[in-house]
Write a protein that binds this ligand. Structure first.
Ligand code: C2E
Ligand code: MG
Ligand code: MG
Ligand code: MG
Length: 278
């Protein structure tokens, strides 16, 4: 059954592909098994407001522990989960964990910290997606504006109608929307107007090149575009104070990157936030 699900993505046949397909199927089987055994983890990377220098939220990032230590890269297993459709179940679990995390932080006395969750295309296509997100927010009694969904340009372009209508519904409920990895995809700028966006996430490729003329031109243009459209901007992948200086000069609102904190497990996140408060 799994084979049928995955094979339709390969239009041409060659022996290497068959080998690769077998590897991917084996990995998918392990992923399915580990997910069922509750072995996936949700980690969190703090997001910082440049004006107040305070943690204002976090991005939830999936971690799949490997046997013998280390983690399988999300860049490897997320696409697999997407092709197979498993991301629908995993994504529902991620949303639950994320909402539970906000509830828990509130209990610890940290109100108003928002959580950003990555959402894939198969989730938008799955029945009752909008309802399930709203149910989750209600179940954990969190303010809807503390949940932010991150979508990439490729998700928007895959089926703009479905995505825009789902996001509009979620937005009217109070949930926030950010466009992720902005600038590396090929979305039409006209969709920026149609999407109910709150935030633009500048892809870390431009942040990485921000001290070069081209990278800085693109980052600055995105920040200005955000300002003109009334959207908040956040720079991803900030690693050095030199990059931070340039980003502050451009008037970016928020940052996320190894300079401030790497993604971390729940317990470490709480410690990090408590430390910051002092
Ligand atoms: P993303 O949503 O763009 O997440 C940001 C990625 O940048 C994360 O990689 C994070 O660890 C990394 N990062 C953050 N700051 C820095 C930095 O300063 N330097 C460098 N080099 N990297 C930095 P990660 O955790 O490996 O995730 C990769 C991608 O996998 C994510 O990119 C997202 O597209 C996807 N992903 C992760 N978790 C989920 C999930 O729960 N659902 C879905 N659908 N996709 C997810
Ligand atoms: Mg993201
Ligand atoms: Mg990103
Ligand atoms: Mg990405």
């Amino acid at each position: 059954k799994a084979k049928k699900n995955i094979s339709h993505n390969f239009e041409y046949y060659c022996p290497e592909m068959e080998e690769e397909t077998a590897d991917r199927l084996a990995m998918l089987r392990t992923l399915r098994h580990d997910f069922a055994q509750d072995k996936l983890q949700l980690w969190y990377q703090p997001q910082i407001c440049l004006k107040s220098r305070q943690v204002i939220g976090m991005e939830a990032l999936l971690r799949w522990p490997q046997q013998g230590g280390g983690f399988v890269s999300p860049a490897v297993f997320i696409p697999l989960a997407e092709y197979s459709g498993l991301i629908v179940e995993i994504g529902a679990w991620v949303l639950q964990q994320a909402c539970m995390q906000v509830q828990e932080l509130k209990r610890q006395g940290f109100h108003g910290l928002r959580i950003a969750v990555n959402v894939s295309m198969p989730q938008f296509r799955s029945p009752h997606f909008v309802e399930s997100v709203i149910d989750c927010v209600n179940q954990f009694q969190i303010k809807p504006e503390l949940l932010e969904l991150e979508i990439t340009e490729s998700v928007v372009m895959d089926d703009p109608k479905i995505v825009i209508s789902a996001l509009k519904e979620l937005k009217s409920f109070g949930i926030k929307v950010a466009i992720d990895d902005f600038g590396i995809g090929f979305s039409s700028l006209s969709y920026l107007q149609q999407l109910p966006l709150d935030r633009i996430k500048i892809d870390r490729a431009f942040v990485n090149d921000i001290e070069k003329p081209n990278g800085s031109a693109i980052a600055e243009t995105i920040i200005n575009l955000g300002k003109r459209l009334g959207l908040s901007t956040i720079a991803e992948g900030v690693e050095t104070t030199a990059q931070e200086r340039v980003i502050i000069g451009m008037g970016c609102d928020e940052v996320q990157g190894f300079l401030y904190a790497k993604p971390m497990a729940k317990a470490e996140l709480l410690q990090f936030i408590q430390q910051q408060k002092k």
